[in-house]
Ligand binder design. Sequence first.
Ligand code: FMN
Length: 190
Amino acid sequence: MDAITAITQRVSVAQLTGPGPSQQQLEQLYCAAFRAPDHAWMRPWRYLTIRGSGLETLGQVFAEAGLKKDADLTEEKIAKLKSMPKRAPLMIVAIANIQENSKVPALEQRLAVGAGIQNILTAAYAMGLGAIWRTGEMVSDDSVKVSLGLQDNEEILGFIYVGHVNCKLKKPPVLAINDYVQEWPYIDSF
Ligand SMILES: Cc1cc2nc3c(=O)[nH]c(=O)nc-3n(C[C@H](O)[C@H](O)[C@H](O)COP(=O)(O)O)c2cc1C
């Protein structure tokens, strides 16, 4: 698949199944992430690969985090939290490792990680895999961050679910250029 097709036709895929990406595919996904634009080459990112029993353990961590916030959580909600990470055979946790830099503010570092995540999604699509970027309340939960070994300067920017497509791919919407793009200086219409 050529690059422009991958970039313009990529869609997120929520229904994913096994097998997960091969080791070679996984390495390509990370190589794609590492080509994100990155002011001063700070590499303000860190990624965790979670699969197999790790997904089970993460589900447990999510459930415990939920119960810490609300001890009266229903069995249904607990079960949902436990099964959340198992929506794909593999999860990539995208972490921003924010560093002090007089020229590169934290926002730019977060944007670099976001660009890396986008590269992962596009590369996955180009390889015939499915992927989706999710966040939700667990990204900012302190006990989840501790369980995943995050340092004080680190933030979870996304849980990227990756696997094989288990549904019909949706059609990417076609947006009208003029709805979002203007020539400047603005043309005076009066
Ligand atoms: C920062 C960020 C967080 C997101 N979090 C979620 C999420 O928690 N759950 C979800 O279903 N979609 C989430 N999305 C949206 C999906 O990743 C996806 O972009 C959306 O379903 C639109 O599909 P498309 O990428 O095919 O256009 C998030 C997107 C971004 C950029």
